[in-house]
Design a protein around this ligand. Structure first.
Ligand code: PMP
Length: 361
C-alpha cells in the first residue's frame, strides 16, 4: 500500500508516529498486560497519563494558572448548550457572532436557553466571501458573553484576529483550529474544541475555562456539563473517554517534539500557501473566500466545470488522496489540512491537481 493522505475534516488524520506507538503498546500497555482502555480511570497508571496530557496541553497553549482544563464528553455541540448554561448568570442574552455554519449552529442551540443577540458578520469583499473585522462588531452591553467561531470548518472561512473587548467574557469554538497557531488564552473566558480534528480521536472535548467563571451554572445544567463539577472532580465526575485522552496525550507529546505550536503555525502557513497558490494560479480551480479570511485548516475549492467533480474524486482516491469531497451544504472539494497533515501530503495533492488540470482542462 502506498502512502495515503487523509484530508477528512474530522475525525481526521492523526500523526502516523502516534498511531504506531499506540499500536505497539495496544495489548500490553506499560507492561501491565492489558491495554490502556481496560484499566480504571482512577488507577495511578491512568491518572499519570491524564496529568501528563493536561500538562503538555497547558505547555503547548501556554495556558495561565488561573484557567482550568476540562476533559469532557459530548463534542463541541454539547458545549453549545453548556456555554449558556454555565455563563448566562442572571442575563437574558449573549452576543453571538454569526460567521458561518458552526457559529450559526451554536446560536440555534443557545436559543433554547436565552435570546441570543445575533451579530451577522458575513460580508463580501471584491466579490468574495469575507467576514467583518472585530472593530466592526456591534456588541451589546446586556450580553453575558460574546461567542464566536474563529475557524468555520465547512465554509473554509476564518478570523485570525485575537479578541480585545475589555471586560467582555469571550467564548470561542476552536474545534478546527486549536493548536494550529499560538493564541493568547488570557483574552478568552472559555475556549472549547472537539478533539477529532486537531487533537485526537472523537469522543473527547477540551474546555479551557477561567476560574472565576466557575460556579455560575443554572439549575437545569446536567452535572456532566457543569464546569465547576467537572473542575472539582478533575474531569472524572463520570468515566472520561480514557482512550481518547491517552491518545490525545500522545499527540501533545508529538507536537512538543515537532517544536510546538509555533512550528505548527509556520508549517500550516506553508501548507496553506502552497494549496491556495495552486488554486489561484489556475482558472480550472476556484476558492471564493477573500484572502484575509481564508482558513488555513479547511480549504474548500471548486472545479470550474463541476461535471468533473466525480472523476476528480475517483482519481484522487486512486492516487491515495482521501476524503476530498466537499461538505454537502457547500459541494465541490474540501481539503482539511490540520497539524497531522505533512507538507508532503499537500505537495502530493497540488501535484495531482496540476496534473488533473493538464489532462482534463
Ligand atoms: N464546531 C466546529 C467548528 C466544528 O467543526 C464542529 C464539527 N465539525 C462542531 C462544532 C461540532 O462538533 P461535534 O461533532 O464534536 O459536536
Amino acid at each position: 500500500m502506498t502512502q495515503v493522505y487523509n484530508f477528512s475534516s474530522g475525525p481526521a488524520m492523526l500523526p502516523v508516529e502516534v498511531l504506531r506507538r499506540a499500536e505497539q503498546e495496544l495489548t500490553n500497555w506499560h507492561g501491565l498486560g492489558t491495554s490502556v482502555m481496560e484499566i480504571s480511570h482512577r488507577s495511578k497508571e491512568f491518572i499519570a497519563v491524564a496529568e501528563a496530557a493536561e500538562q503538555d496541553f497547558r505547555d503547548l497553549l501556554k495556558i495561565p494558572a488561573n484557567y482550568k482544563v476540562l476533559f469532557c464528553h459530548g463534542g463541541a455541540r454539547a458545549q453549545f448548550a453548556a456555554i449558556p448554561g454555565n455563563l448566562l448568570g442572571d442575563a437574558k442574552t449573549a452576543d453571538y457572532i454569526d460567521g458561518g455554519y458552526w457559529a450559526h449552529s451554536a446560536i440555534k442551540e443557545a436559543e433554547k436557553f436565552c435570546s441570543p443577540n445575533t451579530i451577522d458578520i458575513k460580508a463580501t469583499r471584491d466579490g468574495k466571501r469575507a467576514l467583518l473585522p472585530m472593530r466592526e462588531w456591534q456588541l451589546n452591553d446586556d450580553a453575558a458573553y460574546v461567542h464566536f467561531c474563529p475557524n468555520e470548518t465547512i465554509d473554509g472561512i476564518a478570523i485570525d484576529e485575537e479578541p480585545d473587548f475589555g471586560d467582555k467574557i469571550v467564548v470561542a469554538d476552536l474545534s478546527s483550529t486549536i493548536l494550529s497557531r499560538p493564541i493568547d488564552v488570557s483574552r478568552y473566558g472559555v475556549i472549547y474544541a472537539g478533539a477529532q480534528k486537531n487533537i485526537g480521536p472523537a469522543g473527547l472535548t477540551l474546555v479551557v475555562v477561567r476560574e472565576d467563571l466557575l460556579g455560575k451554572a443554572q439549575r437545569y445544567v446536567p452535572s456532566i456539563l457543569d464546569y465547576k463539577v467537572l473542575a472539582e472532580n478533575e474531569s472524572m465526575f463520570n468515566t472520561p473517554p480514557t482512550f481518547a485522552w491517552y491518545l490525545s496525550g500522545l499527540v501533545f507529546k508529538w507536537l512538543k517534539e515537532k517544536g510546538g505550536v509555533a512550528e505548527m503555525d509556520k508549517l500550516n502557513q506553508a501548507k496553506a500557501d502552497l494549496l491556495y497558490g495552486v488554486i489561484d494560479n489556475s482558472a480550472f480551480y476556484r476558492n471564493d473566500v477573500a484572502s484575509e479570511n481564508r482558513s488555513r485548516m479547511n480549504v474548500p475549492f471548486q472545479l470550474a466545470d463541476s461535471s468533473l467533480d466525480k472523476v476528480f474524486l475517483e482519481e484522487s482516491l486512486k492516487a491515495g488522496l482521501h476524503a476530498l469531497k466537499g461538505h454537502r451544504v457547500v459541494g465541490g472539494m474540501r481539503a482539511s489540512i490540520y497539524n497531522a497533515m505533512p507538507l508532503e501530503g499537500v505537495k502530493t495533492l497540488t501535484e495531482f491537481m496540476v496534473d488533473f488540470e493538464r489532462r482534463h482542462g
